[in-house]
Design a binder for this molecule. Structure first.
Ligand code: UDP
Ligand code: MG
Length: 319
């Protein structure tokens, strides 16, 4: 019998958290060969999520919770959850039942019997989502995979089960700006991908606005690849060569045909063009510089306000 920790990041989930635990419990009851423990992480919710967590923890003795002092983001919540795990396997999933717990038996089988280190889910159909958002997300996966060494299949979601060894490897990566989808694939190990259909969120609201997703995508790309930096050096070389050819042609023209160069338009075009490219390039360099700035401050990834992990458990927590 092995212990399986279920890490659940929760932000403003008062409407659905109890329902989530009830549904998941009914699935767990059908898997008596393993012991399950919840690690609910309240990511600074503005509603009653924390109170509901406490109630649930009083009601069920396999519920542990960690409550942050403010909203640190889903990535930080997952990291905190992982740090407090001690199970042989760790599941991470959303609290809104968009990641169906009914998949547990299938996922557990892949890691316990079929020799995989991880079993993760890949979304095949996105119901209740706009075409625009879907094509944006497709484009993101394409760019991400083209630019970086760590590949992730289209539609990969943060719903997976991992072995202790893999979780420990992820905890070794202690960068402040975490992009879990990338970290999961960076550490390697054998991953089995199972397709699933997402279900529309039943209760509560999604908290991801378009801009939040855009920033997330940009973070993903800049934390796993320096390709944009290479791209601007490449662009510099190409522009230099074009300029060189133009200079040679102009010199030859002047020598052979004499000076007859009315240059307003060309000067203006080149200046504006170069100005645009400079701004763009500085922007890209700035993205990386900003990341270095944040990393060097070395601040904690999250701050715990309340928890029902007791002192010695906190000491044995990983890292
Ligand atoms: N979440 C979190 N911190 C945040 C935003 C979201 O812990 O700042 C949690 C949220 O409670 C849920 C999961 O991350 O369990 C996924 O969030 P959501 O359902 O809003 O995202 P979507 O399913 O639309 O990708
Ligand atoms: Mg959701």
């Amino acid at each position: 019998m092995s212990l399986i920790d279920i890490v659940v990041p929760c932000y403003n989930e008062e409407a659905g958290l109890r329902h989530f635990v009830e549904v998941t419990n009914s699935v767990i009851e059908g898997i008596p060969e393993h012991k399950f423990r919840y690690i609910l992480v309240n990511d600074g919710s503005k509603d009653k999520t924390y109170l509901i967590m406490k109630e649930l923890a009083n009601q069920f003795d396999n519920i542990k919770y960690i409550s942050f002092s403010r909203n640190f983001g889903k990535e930080a919540a997952m990291y905190a959850g992982f740090q407090h795990t001690s199970g042989d396997y760790v599941i991470v999933m959303d609290a809104d039942l968009q990641h169906p717990p009914q998949m547990f038996p299938e996922m557990i089988k892949e890691v316990t019997e079929n020799g995989y280190d991880c079993c993760a889910l890949r979304r095949t159909a996105r119901e209740g989502e706009s075409k625009f958002r879907e094509s944006f997300s497709k484009l993101f996966f394409r760019i991400q995979n083209a630019l970086s060494e760590t590949k992730m299949p289209y539609g990969a979601v943060d719903y997976r089960i991992m072995t202790r060894q893999m979780v420990d490897s992820i905890l070794e990566l202690s960068e402040a700006q975490r992009f879990s989808k990338g970290l999961f694939s960076w550490v390697g190990f054998n991953t089995k991908w199972l397709p699933f259909k997402t279900i529309d969120r039943e209760l509560g609201q999604t908290t991801w606005s378009f801009w939040k997703l855009f920033k997330y995508a940009l973070d993903g790309i800049t934390s796993f690849s320096v390709a944009p930096l290479r791209f601007i050096s490449g662009m510099g070389i190409v522009i230099f060569l074009i300029a060189l050819i133009y200079i040679i042609i102009t010199i030859i023209q002047t020598l052979i045909f004499g000076i007859d160069v009315p240059g307003y338009a060309t000067i203006l075009m080149v200046t504006l063009f170069m100005g645009g490219i400079m701004e763009f390039s500085i922007g890209i360099v700035g993205e990386y510089l900003g990341r270095i700035f944040i990393e060097t401050k070395d601040r904690p990834i999250y701050i715990i306000h309340h928890t029902n992990f007791d002192e010695d458990e906190k000491e044995t927590k990983r890292k």
